[in-house]
Write a protein that binds this ligand. Structure first.
Ligand code: HEC
Ligand code: HEC
Length: 390
């Protein structure tokens, strides 16, 4: 009897032990399963906070140009809370029919141009191409009336994706972030005020975390498949494709090739420039084009050096021909420039023109070339000026 009771107690204890062990396991398991959920809730809260911070920054820094609601301001800046900015196509069927027709026309044109295509077949192709063109025109016309109000604000239903129009191959948020970092210096050519640079690394006022909040806020406008025509009509200003898109496309291409970073500006610290310059190989031919405004700088600007330096006669500035000979024979012998190298003098003349005024000239040279030139631009211009040695 006593023995049985004892056994029973031990059995009880074992049962209790096993039960509590199982209980702990269940608790641990539950906690482990829920960890994912808590992590997700935490990430979501983080994301919500980023969006909130971004909203505050947008209201204080961006709304003056892009509108309180991000839908743009007429004649000032394009809408970002905008189906076209996120690439939404309201007429995907029409777009794909047109794409099919264009593909057919391309094949036919190639066949017609190929050697040995009989005249008869060429005639047949030509009449088919006429039909295709009319069909494309009809399809294009079908979507026009539905979005006329937006067309009046600058929308082009034939190019429903802003990023595709610019040839941006990266992600949408990287496009926004790089635009914020560097601004769009070239947009001064087609907007009253250019999009400024915001990153401290590009001379702007914001830290990277603040730029990321702004990106989170802007990306949160994307409605994916849910964009409506009302959203489209609410946009007050669409992006402008400039008449000469070359500088803009050049700048965008630069950003892509460099993973979103534009090259550094040389600035106005002559000693610092001279230290870094040997890392770059100057290309005199490109320097020639830059000097004459025939090529864009790495920041997309055309320079107007020739506005003041004409080839063969002094004007506002000394004549271009013989620049390097004059530097070596005249300038470097001026006691005011004792110890200067030719390169040092040239760099200083370009970024700090007031530091030494060429005798008989005025302090009339533009002072902002340090902002307009990258190191590569500078190396190329110096290489070009060094060829002017007759
Ligand atoms: C002085 C007016 C001005 C201010 C302030 C301004 N922007 Fe812009 N922004 C522009 C203009 C103009 C463009 C169009 C540039 C172009 O077409 O290349 C633009 C373009 C953009 C683009 C790219 C849109 C596109 O379709 O290419 C983004 C993104 C953007 N701005 C975000 C911002 C944010 C975020 C802020 C605030 C931190 C801001 N902008 C402040 C004028 C401004
Ligand atoms: C607004 C007129 C103006 C523009 C634009 C201009 N310059 Fe000048 N530049 C001058 C004047 C004036 C001088 C002479 C006074 C001085 O030394 O600053 C000068 C002097 C120079 C010198 C020294 C020449 C010498 O004989 O010693 C160089 C080099 C030079 N400029 C290069 C450039 C380059 C490169 C550009 C374009 C990126 C440019 N300048 C654009 C007006 C201009």
């Amino acid at each position: 009897m006593l023995e049985r009771m004892l056994v029973g107690k031990i059995e009880n204890r074992i049962t209790v032990g096993i039960l509590s062990f199982l209980g702990i396991m269940v608790l641990l398991g539950w906690a482990a399963i829920n960890e994912g959920g808590r992590m997700q809730a935490f990430t979501e809260a983080e994301h919500a906070r980023s969006i909130e911070q971004g909203a505050a920054l947008f209201a204080s820094q961006c709304a003056t140009c892009h509108g309180e609601d991000g839908r743009g301001k007429a004649g000032r800046a394009p809408g970002l809370n905008n189906p076209q900015f996120f690439g939404h196509d309201f007429f995907p069927d029409i777009t794909s029919q047109i794409a099919t027709l264009i593909a057919e026309r391309t094949t036919l044109t190639a066949e017609s141009a190929a050697q040995g295509t009989p005249e008869e077949r060429k005639t047949e192709i030509n009449s088919r191409i006429l039909v295709i063109d009319t069909q494309i025109e009809d399809l294009n016309a079908q979507r026009t009336p539905a979005v006329q109000a937006a067309i009046d604000a600058g929308y082009n239903p034939q190019s429903p994706s802003r990023l595709a129009n610019l040839g941006w191959a990266g992600t949408h948020d990287s496009f926004v972030l790089t635009t914020l970092i560097h601004g769009r210096p070239v947009s001064i050519n087609y907007w009253p005020q250019a999009m400024p640079a915001w990153s401290q690394t590009a001379g702007g006022p914001m830290r990277m975390d603040q730029l990321e909040y702004l990106v989170a806020y802007i990306e949160n406008w994307d409605k994916g498949e849910e964009w409506t025509l009302e959203d489209l009509f609410a946009v007050k200003q669409f992006a402008i494709q400039p008449a000469d898109p070359a500088p803009l496309l050049f700048q965008i291409q630069q950003l892509q090739q460099s993973g979103g970073m534009l090259p550094e500006q040389v600035g106005t610290d002559v000693a610092a420039i001279l230290t870094r310059l040997p890392e770059f190989t100057g290309d005199a031919a490109r320097g020639d084009e830059l000097y004459h405004g025939l090529a864009s700088t790495q920041f997309g600007n055309r320079l107007a050096c020739t506005g003041c330096h004409s080839p063969e006669a002094n004007g506002v500035g000394p004549m271009l021909n013989g620049t390097f000979t004059r530097v070596q024979n005249d300038r470097l012998n001026d006691p005011a420039l004792a110890g200067y190298t030719a390169e040092q003098y040239l760099v200083q003349s370009i970024v700090l023109p007031s530091a030494y005024i060429v005798p008989t000239f005025n302090d009339a040279m533009q002072k902002n070339f340090g902002e307009l030139l990258s190191y590569q631009d500078m190396a190329d211009i110096i290489a070009y000026l060094e060829t002017l040695n007759q």
